[in-house]
Ligand binder design. Structure first.
Ligand SMILES: Nc1ncnc2c1ncn2[C@@H]1O[C@H](COP(=O)(O)OP(=O)(O)OP(=O)(O)O)[C@@H](O)[C@H]1O
Ligand code: NI
Length: 359
């Protein structure tokens, strides 16, 4: 077996703000194998973007700081890399696609010129060769009549077409890793599905790895090989998409899945709110919202990831000694909510209420 393409080890990222230090990512580890798609899921504010942008140090520093851990990309620790080195990796071996295609395109240049620039930044090819490749890329991402449209400006494309252009630009240097942060969230459902299909096809064609950030589990089911479930700056569960969907093992994952239409008892959002990352709760970060929390969950440090199956781990004390994990796996969170009167999921009056938007 070869080493993973990307191996994030115990990554810690914090932001020094006027209100205090935000521990946005606090000991996150996960791997991305060559050619696979890993989806990072979790509610808004769980640290998905910060973790993924830290890979090529795209987070604003300051106030951000990589406070610990390693980011091994093809064996090289990017936390130690110089800014110059990272510049060559960004858009070269690692490309990012963001939610809003507008922000990635310069409105005053034709799209072709921007793709040509991206190609020539990382490859020593003639203008004509780069232009031919730009047209080819536009064609591959499904821009109709690419030859005629290569000199059009960004505003002449619809939102979905613009995102295709951005993807073409991301592919310009033939990256080994594409980091896509909610690339379809701003698009309507039909276009979303087309872009997901496109990414799947392009992956088959180009053989790249994809890290796909989303809080939409429907999208995960479409595209992921493996899933990393994040909550409040930690990984709660990780495994193949099959294992995580069929045998969700962390109460948080179960709660997220219960929010999916057609799953669990209802489509109600997970009750309660994400903790304040300036003062995260002791013990398991999820304990204030967890219907199964015991005294052990409320003290000490956040539980480590424990194996719950082959290549499937969950950070929950119920998989440690002295606990019966069937309590977690044997029933849905909605059932246990009903059984205990739902007090663990009572609405909070915090102003950081994340409920409602994530299911
Ligand atoms: N520049 C910054 N300054 C201060 N805090 C920040 C900054 N960027 C992110 N954070 C904080 O880091 C935490 C994690 O944010 P992040 O954007 O990674 O969440 P996310 O999981 O990507 O959420 P979403 O689904 O909304 O995109 C949040 O508490 C956020 O407020
Ligand atoms: Ni985000």
């Amino acid at each position: 077996m070869t080493d993973p393409l990307l191996s994030i080890r115990e990554l810690r990222v914090r932001f020094d703000t006027d209100e205090g230090v935000v521990q946005a990512v606090d000991g996150v580890s996960f791997d991305v194998e060559r050619g696979e798609t890993v989806c990072v899921v979790g509610e808004s504010g769980s640290g998905k973007t910060v973790a993924c942008e830290s890979v090529t140090r795209l987070i604003p520093m300051p106030p951000g700081e990589i406070a610990g851990g390693e980011i091994l990309f093809d064996g090289e620790d990017l936390t130690e890399a110089s800014e110059k080195r990272l510049e060559s990796i960004r858009g070269g071996r690692i490309a990012h696609v963001f939610q809003n295609p507008q922000s990635a395109l310069n409105p005053v240049y034709p799209i072709g010129a921007q793709i040509v620039e991206a190609i020539r930044l990382h490859r020593d090819v003639s203008k004509q060769a780069a232009r031919d490749r730009a047209i080819d890329l536009l064609d591959r991402v499904g821009i109709p009549e690419a030859t005629a449209r290569v000199d059009d400006y960004p505003h002449e494309f619809s939102g979905g077409m613009k995102q295709r252009v951005v993807i073409a630009m991301a592919l310009a240097a033939d990256p080994d890793l594409l980091v896509a942060d909610e690339p379809t969230t701003a698009l309507d459902v039909t276009i979303q599905a087309q872009i997901l299909r496109l990414l799947r096809d392009l992956q088959a064609e180009f053989g790249m790895s994809i890290v796909f950030v989303t809080h939409d589990l429907g999208v995960v089911a479409e595209i992921a090989d493996r899933v990393v479930v994040m909550y409040a700056g930690r990984v709660m569960e990780t495994g193949s998409v099959h294992d995580v969907f069929d045998r969700p093992s962390h109460p948080y994952t179960k709660a997220l899945l219960d929010c999916l239409p057609g799953q669990g008892q209802s489509m109600r959002p997970i009750g309660g709110t994400l903790p304040d990352l300036k003062q995260p709760p002791a013990g398991c970060r999820f304990h204030p919202r967890c219907p199964h929390a015991t005294a052990d969950c409320r003290t000490g440090t956040h539980p480590e990831l424990l194996p719950v199956g082959s290549g499937h781990d969950a950070a929950c004390v119920y998989y440690g000694p002295g606990y019966d994990s069937t309590v977690i796996r044997g029933e849905s969170v909605s059932e246990s909510r009903a059984a205990d009167g739902g007090d663990a999921v009572a609405d909070s009056d915090s102003d950081h209420d994340t409920t409602g938007g994530d299911c």
